[in-house]
Design a protein around this ligand. Structure first.
Ligand code: SAM
Length: 247
């Protein structure tokens, strides 16, 4: 369901000009200002209304966010470190009738309770709910994000307590290739083994450097990671029972 106010919002490209939003290289800001591309990312990500919560990391001026909202999703929280984007994101939040909640913060340091609070999700619902984590990640720290999230996924902490978790994340192509490399690939390394121990992985979209503003030196790819079932969760605890039976 598309909120009625959306067509009256200024185009993100114009908002970027109006607010003088030049990219900050230290925050690895390479924007996508072409709605066809963000719509495709969302389409290939298969974000659905079954997703209880969508969390977007680094929304920037918010074009990918608009594409997500247009799926009719009812709950989205975005975390953005750069305060300059707050006015454009707030316009979008108002137009979405507050389906969109904004947190200004650093995703590497944030207390995930803050995300759960913003989303109004209580602990009881988490174990039967779906989380979709999405983002055109800042290339310079994308691997740090992923390693932190896999660690949290391994102990099911923070937002990784949800029972079903899908992540749709943009990486620079070379990093994406390492994440999905199988045992026969020369690109296989620590990152492939770590991520594939906890997730099914696939490349869903290749994005040439020419679609970003400013244009980075490298191409990118969107990788989808689906968390493998946790053997220690309720209803899925065969391993734990096996351990107990030896006592
Ligand atoms: C590659 S840009 C993508 C922007 C926008 N999503 C797009 O596709 O046009 C990365 C975004 O992540 C933000 N960012 C960088 N480091 C961050 C962090 N530690 N926590 C949250 N956001 C961060 C940047 O300010 C920027 O908006």
């Amino acid at each position: 369901m598309i909120p009625k106010q959306f067509p009256r919002l200024l185009a993100v490209r114009d908002l970027v000009k109006i607010y003088g939003l030049t990219a900050k290289s230290q925050l690895s800001q390479n924007f996508i200002l072409d709605k066809n591309i963000t719509d495709k990312i969302v389409k290939y990500a298969k974000i659905s209304q079954n997703d209880t919560l969508v969390v977007e990391v680094g929304p920037g001026p918010g074009l990918l966010t608009r594409s997500i909202l247009e799926t009719g999703i009812s709950n989205i929280v975005v975390i953005e470190k750069d305060g300059r984007f707050l006015p454009t994101l707030m316009q979008l939040a108002e137009a979405s009738e507050h389906t969109l909640k904004i947190i200004k913060g650093d995703m590497l340091k944030i207390d995930h309770e803050k995300i759960m609070k913003a989303a109004h999700i209580d602990e009881d619902r988490i174990q039967v709910s779906n989380l979709h984590l999405i983002g055109n990640l800042p290339f310079n720290i994308a691997s740090s994000f992923l390693v932190q999230w896999i660690k949290m996924l391994s102990d099911r902490s923070g937002i990784f307590k949800f029972s079903n978790i899908t992540m749709t994340l943009m990486f620079q192509k070379e990093v994406g290739d390492r994440i999905i490399a199988d045992t026969t690939s020369p690109q296989r390394g620590r990152m492939s083994v770590l991520v594939q121990s906890f997730c099914e992985v696939k490349k869903i979209y290749e994005v040439p450097s020419s679609v970003f503003v400013p244009r980075p030196k490298v191409d990118a790819s969107v990788i989808q990671l689906t968390a493998l079932p946790n053997p220690f969760l309720k209803g899925n605890n065969n391993n734990r029972q096996k351990v107990n039976s030896y006592k």
